[in-house]
Ligand binder design. Sequence first.
Ligand code: FDA
Length: 310
Amino acid sequence: MSLSRTLLLRASRSRWLAEQLRRRRFARRAVRRFMPGEDADAALDAAAELRAAGMGTVLTQLGERTTRREEAEAVREHYLGLLDALGRRGLSADLSVKPTHLGLDVDRAVCERSLHRLAARAGEIGSRVWIDMEEAPYVDATLELFRRVRAEHEAVGICLQTYLRRTPADVEALLPLGPAIRLVKGAYAEPAEVAYPRKADTDRAFLALAERLLERAGEGGALPVFGTHDLGLVGRIRERAGALGLSREAWEVHMLYGIRAAEQRALTGSGVTVRVLVSYGANWFPWYMRRLAERPANLWFVARSLLPAP
Ligand code: FDA
């Protein structure tokens, strides 16, 4: 892992830095590149624009590692309100939620109940709840949450990270559930015992797992989603899906708001189902540091934000 990536990921855990930057106008200006605004209305406006361009949306309120039960319950209530707001505005979008935001560290039962309620409500309105995958020590608990919620609701999916050495085994163990799986490369700093230190290995694992999931989708036994901006990878996945004769609805590509926007539109225009993950909220610091770590050249945009707005 590069030094800049390591430093940015380490910084992402600093509460002091988070407090400092959250108050700085230049930092808020830089963050706007990756999110339409801090409130849910801005995210819903973005969903309407994406729909007009033929794309779907996945909404996520930024936040993680909640330390109080009331806070975790407020997050659930926020998402339930968001699902209602989607109905009021005649929009449709999936949700993406972090278990630690819903209270996994505080009380696992509260987190699980919240996921059940969200998946039930999402199912009623034709949406889906995606469970994000956080740092490696949370993987077992997150998979267990997914299994329990999936046992009662169809409208739930799980994110798996291809940098983890364990993920091929996790995929095989989940396949009998007919799961919706969103593959991503992985965004955290993990030790070499659990995650590939070399990006090339992560990329290779992504393609191998993508092929496995596409084959399974061909048999009607999975909904594979590829959460990546790696267009070479998407191209290979697309070829494989074509060779298997998969329909447009059988697999999806998800990308982040503000990253490769033109390519998102081009892919949509060429017949791929694309959803854009739109993040919003005031607690953007750790998430934003991870976006910088993925592409340290993004620091240039931060530097430019220090200049007064034109
Ligand atoms: P890669 O890093 O190889 O990037 C490919 C190209 O995309 C780069 O060359 C660059 O051009 C562009 N790019 C990538 N990141 C960029 C950035 N930040 N800014 C500008 N350009 C960029 N992770 C996780 O651990 N748990 C999770 O739950 C999720 N959830 C999730 C959902 C969705 C929809 C996406 C797209 C991603 C995630 N991630 C995630 C993050 C994921 O693990 C990964 O860190 C990023 O997607 C970056 O990796 P890529 O696959 O894009 O490839």
